[in-house]
Design a protein around this ligand. Structure first.
Ligand code: ADP
Ligand code: MG
Length: 442
């Protein structure tokens, strides 16, 4: 009777919506059938609940019909497969060692190289991170990762930390945010324990400091970090730093730190393409034990411009909404979920739309915005366009620069600043700006 469930699946496939079938029925397997008891293996609790609520009656009637008997049906969650997907590999002992060595162990198990989806936008950062993880201190030191919010900097840094710890049991690896560094230092100062603090931070095999921009403007912390950096660097220990900006653009960051961050390798992470977003959605769904119908994945990838954290948030919301309302995950449900709560976060415009509207409003040629022309009638609209791109799209500064005739990202920053200032004092510009935003429905 091994095939009982397979027969039932075939029948269900003809009876129910294709997406529901693919999402809920397809990933299941027969576990056992004996004494009129059928156990079905499902990849997650969520799926088990859902099937029980929506399809149990239909399934029971098919099975009863096929076996000409009354049957009891149970869904069993495949906890083994589930766990494996969540925490790839590390043995318990290794995990314990890792915990002891990594301070408050801020390394999250789901952040590993295996769970990181590589696309064009991040392949360079990924390769650099992997190289550092394989040979800490040997190749790129320091490694500076930079990219917009929610693009995977923390995920990559933590993957490096985990990898080093998994490969070298005794490695002394510390991952922390720069804010944590500042707080630890203040507390050490207050308690008169600076020697201990220094010993801890200068005795590492790898130091990973996330979101370094928070240290800017804090003189004492920068000073301390500078010396920590030098000590570790001289000993050939790996240093990895991340930020949402390029080193030289971080305001109030000491020059000597800026210059050190540029000694090694700077790798940026750009916003993901549509295809990469789809791949990430599928990966996240797989890790959480469910399937996202393609139409929903496409809708999400189109709607959420770049922030992957936001993408994950939307996925979780959709799954929760479906589960609570007892409906299946489909496009309509996804749209309803997003309309209700996420409408503000949804960006309606992209760079191409902004350029098009600006060109037509200011009566320019299509090429003007990307040209080198310094004529005022071109410069101002170009600056307004860049301002809008920075404010209303999720594109990174370098990417916006690139889309305006390969300009440097500092030009985008400059334009943004200039327009921001002008909007407060220049009525003509303000009126033009308002008209353009109205056309764009911003
Ligand atoms: P950042 O530190 O750049 O703000 P995070 O590393 O915290 O971003 O990423 C936000 C979320 O998106 C995390 O849950 C992370 O796992 C996920 N994420 C980002 N990039 C990827 C990727 N390439 N593959 C899989 N998940 C990703
Ligand atoms: Mg982060």
């Amino acid at each position: 009777m091994q095939l009982l469930w397979e027969h039932c699946k075939k029948e269900l496939e003809g009876k129910i919506d294709r997406h529901n079938y693919n999402s809920y029925i397809k990933p299941t397997k027969q576990l056992q059938y004996s004494n009129n008891k059928l156990s079905i293996l499902v990849p997650s609790t969520y799926l088990a609940d859902w099937l029980e609520k929506h399809y149990l009656t239909m399934i029971r009637s098919i099975i009863n019909h096929q076996t000409a008997a009354e049957n009891k049906i149970t869904f069993v969650v495949d906890s083994a497969g589930h766990k494996e997907a969540h925490t790839p590999a590390p043995a318990q002992a290794k995990k314990k060692a890792a915990k002891a060595k990594s301070d408050a162990s801020q390394l999250k198990s789901q952040h590993s190289f295996e769970t990181f989806v590589v696309g064009k936008c991040n392949e360079f950062a990924y390769a650099s991170a992997l190289a550092c993880a394989k040979k800490p201190g040997a190749k790129y030191n320091p490694l500076f990762l930079y990219g917009g919010v929610g693009l995977g900097k923390t995920h990559l840094m933590q993957s490096i930390g985990r990898y080093i710890l998994d490969k070298n049991k005794g490695a002394n690896v510390l991952y922390l945010s720069s804010e944590y560094f500042v707080n630890q230092m203040i507390s050490a100062m207050q308690k008169g324990q600076m020697d201990r603090f220094r010993k801890k931070y200068r005795n590492l095999d790898a130091l990973l400091v996330d979101d370094i921009q928070f240290i800017a403007g804090k003189d004492r912390s920068q000073e301390e970090f500078f010396h920590t950096f030098n000590t570790l660097f001289e000993m050939g220990k790996q240093i990895i730093v991340s930020s949402d900006q390029f080193p030289k653009d971080i305001k109030r960051l000491e020059e000597r730190l800026k210059s050190r961050f540029q000694w090694g390798l700077i790798a940026d992470i750009l916003p993901p393409s549509f295809e990469t977003k789809i791949a990430i959605i599928n990966k996240k769904a797989e890790l959480n034990g469910y399937m996202m119908p393609l139409e929903v994945a496409e809708y999400l990838a189109q709607t959420i411009k770049s922030n992957i954290r936001e993408l994950e948030g939307c996925m979780a919301r959709i799954i929760a909404y479906a589960s609570l309302s007892g409906r299946s995950v489909n496009l309509q449900l996804a749209q309803e979920t997003m309309d209700g709560v996420y409408s503000e976060a949804i960006k309606h415009v992209d760079v191409a739309m902004i350029q098009k509207v600006i060109t037509s409003y200011f009566d320019l040629k299509r090429y003007d915005l990307k040209s080198k022309s310094r004529a005022r009638k071109v410069v101002v609209p170009r600056q307004i366009a860049m301002y809008l791109c920075r404010e209303y799209t999720d594109e990174s500064l370098p990417r916006i620069g690139e889309l305006f005739g390969d300009r440097d990202h500092s030009t985008v920053i400059h334009s943004h600043k200039k327009i921001k200032r002008e909007l407060e004092v220049n009525t003509k510009l303000y009126n033009d700006f308002k008209a353009v935003t109205k056309i764009l429905e911003l």
